[in-house]
Design a protein around this ligand. Sequence first.
Ligand SMILES: [Zn+2]
Length: 101
Amino acid sequence: MIKLKPCPFCGGEAEVERQGTSRQSCIISCTECGCRHEGPDEYEQCGYQWNMRDTPTTSLARHKLLWQAEAVETAVARGYRSRDELAGWAEHLRRQAEEDA
Ligand SMILES: [Zn+2]
């Protein structure tokens, strides 16, 4: 079993949120900040992808872009389409950031 590296964003511990199956993707998430990586159904591959994100030289700007991409992906996955829904999602993320600060 591949050993998961700490979260690339906050350094928190990573855990397997959902083991993949032939019908479902594998999800690895951070126990601290909740960021997630959804990858192929095979845990080894998904874990490998998660670990690839952990590059110490990664710039803050790159982290920010990855975060934004994830936020958009989550909004898509949740089926948000309207302006109000997306604005609400942005507001939710902002509130969460303030609570964590
Ligand atoms: Zn994290």
